[in-house]
Design a protein around this ligand. Structure first.
Ligand code: ZN
Length: 401
């Protein structure tokens, strides 16, 4: 895995494809899904696949508006998929068997073979397949793994994996032309493999738009809770969140008071929610970004006790969601730093241990300390210069998955 990270961006990876025993089965009400055909442990790779077609992010070709760039990249992907279909029947079978939107029936092998011998390119079906199945590294839980950002491609086997915001059991990341899907929980033989196509703490309306792009409406617990709310509630929540996040990102709100006010506003709005208190605890995830900014603002002002409290709360609201593991890793590092600054040896050991667990969940057991150092070089240097041997603590920590 370390080698994968060190490879040059935007080129085919020198890496072999891999897949655990899985099978595609019909899921009532959800089309088809990918199921584990053997037991898979948390942290294990489920599959590593090369894209059937991919469009890399090319900074030189950025158009004036993000919309135009998206349109152009979508057209390029359709062309690349069509090119691949034209090359071989095998490729046509892979592409035309995928879900192509609500208006298109699934095709049988025989029908595809016939289509291929007459007119191999069915532009409308290719468009439907790309719309419903293409993935962008910008939507990946681990988007920083894609060094240039924004790679956009079609991976055949992954296209069969269904989505769930709350109960995903696997995570994914795109590195160059590869997608890596890894178990984030132990998965029993016969269980459906589920990933989240999106970040659960994104704004509700943005998430809906992304789901529509993939041709479905998510009915997970979190989306259900949001769907119960009226539009005014959702808009008010987005206004509070957008305002504070924009201010924080522009460095205007590195004053903790401002973030605290926004969080209070959110709590008071939440008290008007029509969902029960138990249900509402799930939507606390929307506080993730403001809480991280709050922790950082306290850290900057050297108020380590409050920083630690804000980071802990952020960790807590993200606990349920496996696709927030990269955010949890960031927080575990932040809490280790805060523990060092406030002289809490026990907390320091505990959070370095949490880092190890999260690194294994995202990148596997192999080379995991080296990967951690690669990702958090500054943190390791900072610790070592304060006389803390990160390696000793990290390696002595027994990870319980
Ligand atoms: Zn959902």
């Amino acid at each position: 895995m370390l080698q994968v990270f060190q490879s040059a961006p935007n080129q085919p990876l020198v890496y072999g494809e891999f897949e655990k025993a899985t099978k595609v089965l019909t899921v009532p009400g959800r089309g088809r899904g990918l199921f584990a055909d053997e037991e898979i442990s948390a942290g294990e790779l489920i599959l590593a696949s090369r894209a059937l077609a991919i469009v890399y992010n090319d900074d030189n070709s950025q158009l004036s508006s993000p919309l135009l760039t998206r349109v152009k990249r979508f057209r390029q992907l359709k062309e690349a998929v069509a090119e691949s279909v034209k090359q071989s029947l095998d490729s046509a079978l892979k592409v035309y068997q995928l879900h192509a939107g609500p208006k298109k029936n699934h095709l049988l092998d025989q029908e595809i073979e016939q289509k291929f011998s007459e007119t191999p390119i069915d532009a409308a079906r290719i468009e439907g397949v790309c719309l419903a199945n293409a993935l962008s590294s910008n939507e990946s839980p681990n988007r920083s793994a894609d060094k240039n950002g924004g790679s956009f491609g079609l991976w055949v086997r992954v296209s069969y994996i269904n989505h769930d915001c709350c109960d995903a059991n696997a995570t994914w990341m795109i590195v160059n032309d590869f997608i890596f899907v890894r178990a984030a929980k132990d998965i029993l033989r016969g269980s459906e493999i589920l990933i989240s196509y999106i970040d659960p703490h994104q704004m509700y309306f943005a998430k809906r738009e992304l789901f529509l792009k993939h041709d479905f409406i998510c009915k997970c617990k979190l989306c259900q809770i949001d769907a119960n709310e009226d539009h005014k509630f959702l808009r008010d929540r987005e206004n509070i969140l957008c305002k504070i996040i924009a201010q924080c990102e522009n460095g205007i709100a590195n004053n903790p008071e401002l973030v605290l006010l926004a969080l209070e506003e959110l709590d008071s709005l939440n008290s008007k929610s029509i969902n029960s208190e138990g249900e509402r605890s799930l939507s606390e995830v929307y506080k993730l970004k403001p809480l991280i900014f709050l922790g950082l603002a306290y850290y900057e002002s050297q108020n380590f006790i409050e920083a630690f409290r804000a980071f802990s709360e952020a960790f807590e609201v993200s606990r349920r969601f496996v696709q927030l593991n990269p955010a949890k890793l960031f927080l575990a590092v932040a809490m280790s730093r805060t523990a060092l600054r406030s002289g809490h040896q026990e907390e320091l050991r505990k959070w370095i241990g949490a880092c190890k667990r999260l690194v294994i969940l995202q990148y596997g057991k192999e080379d995991n300390y080296e990967i951690f150092c690669h990702l958090y070089t500054d943190f390791v240097k900072e610790m070592e210069s304060s006389g803390v041997s990160v390696r000793n603590i990290y390696e002595s920590h027994e990870v319980v998955m």
